[in-house]
Structures are given as C-alpha cells and as structure tokens.
Write a protein that binds this ligand. Structure first.
Ligand code: MG
Ligand code: ZN
Length: 174
C-alpha cells in the first residue's frame, strides 16, 4: 500500500482565530474560509492532522479537561461541515520543561508520520509562527506555509507565505 500524504495544521491562527490561550467554546472562532479550505484539501486526498502547542495546560491557565472538551466540540463542528480530522497531536508542556514535543521540535509530526504511514516529502505544514515552520522543516516536511497576521515581509524561511488562508488552496493545488 502506498504511503499517505498529509496536511499538518497548527490550530490557533490557522483553524481558529488566535486570541491567546483559547480554551472555551465561546471564545473559539473559526477562521474565515477554513471549512472550504479543509474540505478542498480532503478532496485532494490529504489526511488532515492538527499539531498544536497547548502550553496553557502546563502553565495552569486551563486544564486537560478544558482542552479535551473544546477539542471534541471543534471536531464535531468540523464534522458537520464534512471535514474529518485524523487526529489532534498536542503538547501540554510549558516551555521551561524543555520537553521533546513542543514545536519547533518535530516529535508530534514524527509520531503522526509513524502512526499514519505518512510520506513527509509529499506533505505540508501550515502555521502562523516561526516554530510551526521550523517544526515542519525539522521533521523533513517538504513544503511549509506561513500564515501571516500582517504582510509577508517576514515569513521565517517558509516556502510560501499567505496573508489569508483562502490563498492556500491555490498553492497546494499547483
Ligand atoms: Mg498558531
Ligand atoms: Zn511537550
């Protein structure tokens, strides 16, 4: 059986608006155009996998249970829009712990690669921070997309930079 290809998605700033430590359903606001984008990527036979740093747990800002509750709700919303997320990989540690999973470490992506038999050279990493771009590169993913909150004058060495996630579909198709 051939290997799978995947789109690795950061959560905050890609799936939902990054309001810093989002942990409640009422604060979770999907990005404009995210449902259309993910449905389209799915039709191109990409597995969709979320890789997210959730240091808010380790810092004590919210609990593991808060995160799980929000994740279940988010997956339900996505499912209602016809989108299947293969799995959410997350790091719950505070930066001081110096764990091996927090992006820019490639651990979460490497674990996903093994679990889902993913060909990283035909996969993409999409994120809105330097640590997302670096995690993708550290894992050996061939293409990274930086989602900029401002303009693309700084894109941290990503292969592509977009100011609006609606631009991503065109990049991956070509
Ligand atoms: Mg982010
Ligand atoms: Zn970690």
């Amino acid at each position: 059986m051939g290997k799978n290809k995947a789109i690795f998605l950061d959560r905050d700033g890609v799936i939902n608006i990054d309001k810093q430590y989002v942990c409640k359903i009422q604060d979770f606001e999907f990005m404009d155009g995210i449902f259309e984008l993910l449905r389209h990527l799915q039709q191109l036979d990409y597995m969709l996998i979320i890789v997210t740093n959730q240091s808010g747990i380790g810092r004590g800002y919210y609990t593991q249970e808060d995160f799980d509750t929000l994740s279940i709700w988010m997956l339900e919303q996505l499912k209602e829009h016809g989108i299947h997320i293969e799995k959410i990989f997350y790091c719950s540690h505070a930066p001081e712990v110096q764990c091996h999973c927090r992006k820019p470490n490639p651990r979460m992506l490497c674990d996903a690669q093994k679990e889902f038999n993913i060909d990283l050279t035909s996969s993409w990493m999409i994120g809105d921070k330097k640590s997302d771009v670096d995690a993708g590169k550290n894992a050996g993913i061939s293409k990274t997309i930086f989602v900029s909150k401002a303009d693309c004058s700084e894109s941290y060495g990503a292969d592509f930079c977009v100011e609006n996630i609606r631009q991503i579909q065109h990049i991956i198709e070509n």
